[in-house]
Unconditional design. Structure first.
Lengths: 251, 133
């Protein structure tokens, strides 16, 4: 059985099995990331234990970017193909992105309090990330209000998809803000062209945390898409597998 | 298909207004701090309240009563800072910092707020902290 992301999003027995495998992978990676970030990685010399917030803050921010990338890709696919299925990916991606951006701002704020000595600064990285949060919250609100007030599904979702494409322009702004402008926020470490020194154990913990966050987010995305699909087809409809035609219950 | 032109117009006006607010607010954000070189070249900009950023010069940090005195340097220019109030615990010589305040006529920058600007390098605490850049 090939397991592409789209197959995994199917409300079928095969899809459910694939999602379950993915969930176990996510759990394993998360456990490894907690061990690595909490125990294996040494305490930072300059920042002390506060630096461990990096293993939450950085994955949240990166995976939020990825989630907004899903919104972009799904919106483009929706505009080109007109398949409403993509619209569910866009919505789920935006929801995950908004939640993770909020989490990144929350953890970053606390990290800033501990290390910079301030909870918030009107700094390019912080402001652009806040704008990112506002934009995609607005995107979700727009979807909601359009769905509520119009019967014209297709036009509405094309408007929404256009916003989903344009909104992504802010992602590179947020990411490169620390390079383009003077910022209180430090520059990237792992994604820097010439990687500055980071202890290998810290680097490993960070990569594990990013991998875990990505797979967890993928699980949530698939789960959400299946839910949205089911809601659209109605609870009475029996989910069917076009290949096998077996009714499937997903736990 | 535009069902409600009124609402679209409202959204347009809100977006335009928001855009204006954001760009005016960003003007300050995009230069989050000034460097000592800029402030020395044009001291008038620092008569108003500004942020000044640089590295804390090793050996310049001392306390005078309730004042914390140090030099901030960047690219060979340095400015003496008199900070009122305790800086964050992570504040130390050789690390970056951003202070908020005004440049007095005697050339001393009087600040009342310090933010520590740390680098993107991470190393274990076992290493000698004093050699951390």
């Amino acid at each position: 059985m090939r397991a592409t992301t789209v197959d995994l999003a199917l409300d079928t027995r095969g899809g459910a099995a694939g999602r379950r495998t993915l969930a176990w992978t996510a759990g394993g990676l998360s456990a490894a990331a907690v061990l690595a970030g909490g125990f294996l990685a040494p305490t930072d010399a300059a920042q002390g234990p506060a630096q461990r917030l990096m293993y939450l803050h950085v994955p949240a921010a990166w995976v939020a970017y990825l989630a907004f990338g899903v919104v972009l890709a799904a919106s483009v696919a929706h505009l080109i193909g007109g398949d409403p299925r993509w619209d569910h990916f866009a919505r789920a991606g935006a929801e995950i992105g908004v939640a993770l951006t909020a989490f990144a701002i929350g953890t970053g704020s606390y990290w800033g309090h501990l290390v910079w000595g301030t909870w918030w600064a009107w700094d390019p990285r912080l402001v652009s990330t806040a704008l990112l949060l506002l934009t995609y919250t607005g995107y979700l609100a727009l979807r909601h209000s359009i769905a509520e007030h119009t019967g014209a599904r297709d036009t509405a979702s094309r408007t929404v998809a256009t916003v989903g494409v344009i909104g992504f322009l802010l992602v590179p702004v947020a990411h490169f803000s620390v390079v383009w402008w003077r910022s209180l926020h430090q520059q990237a470490t792992m994604l820097a062209p010439e990687r500055p020194p980071i202890d290998p154990r810290m680097g490993l913990a960070l990569l594990l945390a990013v991998a875990a966050a990505s797979v967890v987010a993928l699980c949530v995305l698939l789960h959400r898409v299946v839910r949205l699909e089911r809601r659209q087809t109605g609870p009475a409809a029996t989910p069917t597998d076009p290949a096998r035609r077996t009714p499937a219950r997903v736990g | 298909m535009i069902r409600r032109p009124g609402r679209l117009a409202l959204v347009g006006v809100l977006l335009a207004g928001g855009g204006l607010l954001i760009t005016s607010a960003l003007r300050d954000t995009l230069t989050y701090y000034r460097t000592p070189g800029e402030v020395l070249a044009d001291p008038e900009v620092a008569r108003e309240r500004v942020r000044l950023g640089g590295d804390v010069v090793p050996g310049s940090l001392r306390r005078e009563g309730d004042l914390v005195v140090f030099k901030l340097a960047e690219a060979g220019h340095e400015i003496v800072v008199h900070q009122r109030g305790a800086p964050p615990e992570t504040f130390r010589e050789g690390e970056g910092a951003v202070v908020e305040g005004r440049l007095a006529t005697d050339g001393v920058f009087r600040a009342d707020h310090v933010e520590v600007r740390h680098g993107n390098e991470y190393r274990p605490a076992e290493a000698e902290p004093s050699d951390a850049r």
